[in-house]
Design a protein. Sequence first.
Length: 186
Amino acid sequence: MLSFSANSRLLAAHDIERVFNGLFADSMNTVLIGGAVEPYYRPADDEDSRHRIFYREDFVASSLHEISHWLVAGAERRLLPDWGYWYAPDGRNAAQQEEFEQAEVKPQALEWLLSIACGICFRVSLDNLSEHAGIGDKFKNHVYEQACANLRNGVSVRAQKIYDALIAEFGGLPLSAVTLLRKDLD
């Protein structure tokens, strides 16, 4: 996996935003918007006729993570605020952490692949600093297994479309050339 951007310039979240919006603003009526205090998905409503994916501040990882949630969400979930997920902040108990991890395996596996498309490193997020988060080995294994399954079985049309656009823009590897190593998640 590449550990730095293949381009000579630094990758910025607004670059990812521009690529995403160029692909999906018209075709899926969905835009990616940075600068949020917390990430959030807001379907079209009276305030704005577009579906909006808000990512945290100007963080590249947040933009890719929120795109990944959108890629996992089916048509019905894309009509629900925050895709119908619950969110418990840092400090979740063990049961809440397990539920969080189950909901995060697919998005984080896709985020890893999108990171490769951008030519940047990926870090698994347990999103919990409490004692109940542990070191995340089980979760990391599940993310690795899901990412490998995505490579074996292919990704959705939307995921392939954004992946291809990101490699065209940032010079990452095509999916057919990606080899994942479990140790890259440690």
